[in-house]
Design a protein. Structure first.
Length: 302
């Protein structure tokens, strides 16, 4: 090996370069090495440390996530992809300071203006991923720790839904041949922002998607799905009990046409056992990939 070059021929970075690139101090780097086994790719006989580019990027992500309040002892076991998602969430939250201030002071007009300004300059997907979801997640956390009131949380949710609803007007009616879905929440689930987002993003991708609101009994969902001639029923759930959600899903699955797929998302469904004909999405990206995959399998019009 020549100098600070890896066996693959890529240049290694010395300790001072890593400190500059990651924002970590030398003391913290040495402590992480001792406690968590985060060791450099090379250490010379004189004790000089060298790191490859992948290590430097991982250290940068660990620094961002630990600054965001996560315990380093938990972070070190996570893959880079999870760290990147956490870092993105943290960056998105930090970019919401003015919006969060409007929420905390119950300034509805300012909140609407700030949200609309973002929605006007971002694609619907970017607005959802970078503004709406990080905002609602952070407001929920602040409500849980007592720094945001219930009234402020309700106002924030209402304003986000108002902006999301307006985004539908940007898109023409779907083609008559477009795949169809309905989106809602199960009975006793009032949090319907997830279902509204699903509907919007499906519309953006050309689907004939209909938002049915919140808290629908299984028989109403079945009736709407069959009358609309849908290929998919999408359900969002945050607070329901797994046993209750499972019963409702089994009722839906047995009553719906076998050709209709059920897609579910939201933390409440994470604990529901898997069942045939029901697909759970743990991220919005996974849902978007499924939409695209379905589109790709549609016959091409001639």
């Amino acid at each position: 090996m020549r100098g600070n070059e890896s066996t693959e021929g890529t240049r290694l970075k010395g300790l001072s370069e890593v400190v500059a690139a990651t924002g970590l101090s030398k003391l913290v780097l040495h402590a992480w090495e001792r406690r968590y086994g985060i060791v450099p790719v090379e250490r010379t006989a004189t004790g000089r440390r060298f790191y490859d580019s992948q290590q430097v990027e991982r250290l940068r992500l660990l620094k961002i996530c630990s600054d965001g309040g996560h315990r380093i002892g938990t972070l070190v076991s996570l893959p880079d992809s999870s760290l990147q998602r956490m870092a993105d969430d943290f960056a998105a939250t930090r970019a919401l300071d003015d919006i969060l201030a409007a929420v905390e002071t119950l300034d509805g007009d300012q909140l609407h203006a700030l949200l609309k300004a973002r929605a006007d300059t971002e694609t619907p997907e970017a607005f959802v991923q970078k503004t709406a979801l990080p905002l609602l997640r952070e407001v929920g956390l602040r409500w849980a720790n007592g720094t945001v009131t219930i009234a402020a949380e309700h106002m924030a949710t209402a304003q986000v839904k108002r902006i999301l609803g307006g985004l539908f007007d940007r898109y023409p009616p779907p083609a008559s041949s477009a795949p169809r879905l309905v989106a809602t929440t199960p009975e006793r689930e009032e949090h319907d922002v997830g279902a509204l987002i699903v509907t919007l993003l499906a519309r953006v991708r050309g689907w004939n998607a209909l938002f049915l609101g919140a808290n629908l009994p299984a028989e109403e969902i079945v009736g709407a799905a069959h009358r609309r001639g849908v290929s998919h029923v999408c359900l969002s759930g945050l607070t329901g009990r797994p046993s209750s959600l499972e019963r409702q899903l089994r009722t839906l699955r047995s009553a719906l046409s076998p050709a209709i797929e059920i897609w579910v998302g939201g933390r409440a469904y994470a604990a529901v056992p898997t069942m045939a004909g029901v697909t759970y999405f743990d991220t919005l990206d996974a849902f978007l990939e499924a939409l695209q995959d379905h589109n790709d399998r549609l016959p091409v019009a001639v």
